[in-house]
Write a new protein. Structure first.
Length: 321
């Protein structure tokens, strides 16, 4: 079938209109370029900053004094007064609990936080605090329910940032990829491809290009780069479908790795063009792929710690219409 030139230009025009609508909505509602945040944006910022501070406590060698600027910003947000509503109380309590865990970690090490400790105590000791910071596991405890049921697998999975020195056998990683192949996709197009990075120098280079692995990237033996092919999609209405299908696949892959006793940590690939091109050049990933995410893979140690990463309640996430 030959596409008439006028039809081609019509499709191109539709791309500009629809992507333009995406840009307008993103700029209007995201936090990009905002000097003043609304209530929902503040809460989202508090959640993100809380997690960054909490996951710092779960690194193999947590650096004393890490993240002080972010702690100051989080304290400012909590002090500035987020209006109370049915949802924000739990989020704020979790943030305060993480800050207290941060303070206790440094107190035990007798590390002076230059006035931050006093500020944390003043702001964060009121009200009920949640279990936050890190949880300790043995390998046996962590894997006890991983293969028992779907619920057991999902509920027992955590992002690992502490790995054993022994590499994961390649055939076990391939088996996890085989299991994840059952992921549903639009019209069964299965647009995904996994780039398994095992070369030592390339593993180090991937770690340097992805900022979310700081503090543990040097312990990673393999990275899995999940990508989806734009060749699989038809029209402008499917402009975001590659990310949907890639996200579904990535979650199934994470659960497959967990069920097989392989430690993993999902790492986002929300980046700019320069970094994206650098990753493509490093791993020879063609432009027709969308890079969805990166998964750090390693062996589970006999004892380790993970970030608690408290979840929202159902009241915060379910809307019944």
């Amino acid at each position: 079938m030959i596409i008439h030139p006028l039809s081609f230009f019509k499709q191109l025009w539709l791309c500009f209109i629809n992507y333009g609508w995406d840009v307008i909505r993103y700029f209007r509602y995201s936090q990009m370029g905002k000097a003043k945040l609304n209530q929902k944006q503040k809460l989202a910022r508090i959640m993100a900053m809380t997690h960054v501070i909490e996951k710092g406590l779960s690194l193999p060698e947590t650096r004393l004094g890490y993240g002080q600027n972010m702690v100051k910003d989080l304290l400012y947000l909590l002090e500035s007064g987020v209006q109370d509503n049915i949802f924000c109380g739990e989020i704020i309590s979790t943030a305060k609990s993480v800050l207290m865990a941060y303070h206790e970690f440094h107190s035990k090490a007798e590390y002076e936080l230059a006035g931050l400790g006093k500020q944390i105590q003043e702001i964060c000791t009121d009200g009920a605090l949640h279990k936050t910071g890190v949880m300790k596991f043995t390998k046996e405890q962590y894997m006890a329910n991983a293969a028992s049921s779907l619920s057991g697998c999902i509920q027992s999975r955590y992002s690992l940032r502490q790995f054993d020195l022994a590499p994961v056998p390649q055939e076990r990683i391939i088996e996890a990829i085989r299991i994840a192949q059952k992921t549903p996709s639009v019209c069964n197009r299965q647009s995904w491809t996994v780039f398994l990075v095992k070369d030592f120098e390339k593993v180090k280079a991937v770690a340097s290009l992805q900022s979310g692995n700081r503090g543990f990237g040097h312990t990673v033996h393999n990275f899995l780069v999940v990508a989806t092919s734009l060749y699989s999609f038809f029209g402008i209405e499917e402009r975001n479908q590659s990310f949907i299908d890639g996200g579904l696949y990535s979650m199934n892959l994470l659960l497959s790795l967990h069920s097989l006793g392989i430690g993993a940590c999902p790492l986002n690939w929300s980046t700019c063009v320069k970094q994206d091109r650098a990753m493509r050049k490093l791993l020879d990933i063609p432009d027709f792929y969308n890079i969805i995410m990166i998964i750090a893979v390693g062996s589970i140690p006999e004892e380790f710690e993970v970030a608690v990463s408290r979840r929202k309640t159902l009241n915060e996430t379910v809307v019944i219409i």
